[in-house]
Design a binder for this molecule. Structure first.
Ligand SMILES: Nc1ncnc2c1ncn2[C@@H]1O[C@H](COP(=O)(O)OS(=O)(=O)O)[C@@H](OP(=O)(O)O)[C@H]1O
Ligand SMILES: Nc1ncnc2c1ncn2[C@@H]1O[C@H](COP(=O)(O)OP(=O)(O)O)[C@@H](O)[C@H]1O
Length: 205
């Protein structure tokens, strides 16, 4: 797009801080990264349950509600995956501004897009969770039978088999799901976000 757009922001009367004060907690994104079958959805779901029980307003963005709607025009080429993550980052930013503790569960295979999202949100609103599970274990689990299909050549560009996965350089927490239980994994994440949950980042009224 070459034409300059004249978009001038409006300063609304209610701010993110007002929304945090209303809800009694801060908002940020918990961004899960990992191979298919590593345990992103399982951990995201268990974590959400724990946060819900603490009275925290959460929402999970995942393939079910994003790739089948907003991003249904995208496939699994490198370009599409990058655009997938960029758009999810933008949606997460809106949700965080709306006061929701947002959890995302996407493979997010490229470091560059992860950094882009982190910069978009601001480092203090982005918690990176690497669901660290070896390919062999993910393939053994083969929750959806997709690894078998990828090995048979029925699916192309499959992450870990025929499409790259860049190991996160500096995640806030790594959860080795082949070594720890779901409960232990959730506890590791809760420990990482504990301080953020307690410090409300709310300016005095
Ligand atoms: N080619 C290929 N490679 C990897 N994964 C594939 C592929 N085709 C379909 N699937 C299914 O789509 C889910 C991954 O989508 P994501 O949006 O998370 O991928 S990405 O972040 O854009 O790389 C992934 O879900 P999870 O298993 O929950 O990770 C797969 O079930
Ligand atoms: N410690 C663990 N943490 C998360 N998942 C685990 C763990 N141990 C075994 N699993 C199993 O691994 C599978 C992970 O699948 P899923 O959560 O759909 O992965 P992803 O969303 O990354 O594709 C599930 O069947 C889950 O029960």
């Amino acid at each position: 797009m070459s034409e300059k757009l004249h978009i001038i922001p409006h300063n609304h009367q209610i701010t993110a801080d007002d929304r945090h004060r209303m809800k009694g907690h801060d908002s940020f994104v918990i961004w899960f990264i990992g191979l298919s079958g590593s345990g992103k959805s399982t951990l995201a779901s268990a974590l959400e349950k724990e946060l819900y029980q603490k009275g925290i307003h959460t929402y999970i963005l995942d393939g079910d509600n994003v790739r089948s709607g907003l991003n249904k025009d995208l496939d699994f080429s490198e370009t599409s995956r990058k655009e997938n993550i960029r758009r999810i980052g933008e949606v997460a930013k809106l949700m965080v501004d709306a006061g929701v503790l947002t959890i995302t569960a996407f493979i997010s295979p490229f470091e560059e897009e992860r950094q882009l999202v982190k910069n978009m949100l601001g480092a203090n609103r982005y918690v990176e969770v690497y669901v660290d599970c070896p390919l062999e274990e993910c393939e053994k689990r083969d929750v959806k039978g997709l690894y078998q299909k990828a090995r048979n050549g029925e699916i192309s560009n499959f992450t870990g088999i025929s499409s790259p996965f860049e190991i996160p350089k500096n995640p806030d927490v790594s959860v080795p799901t082949h070594q720890v239980s779901i409960e232990e994994g959730v506890a590791m994440i809760m420990k990482t976000i504990e301080q953020k949950l307690n410090s409300k980042h709310i300016s005095p009224s």
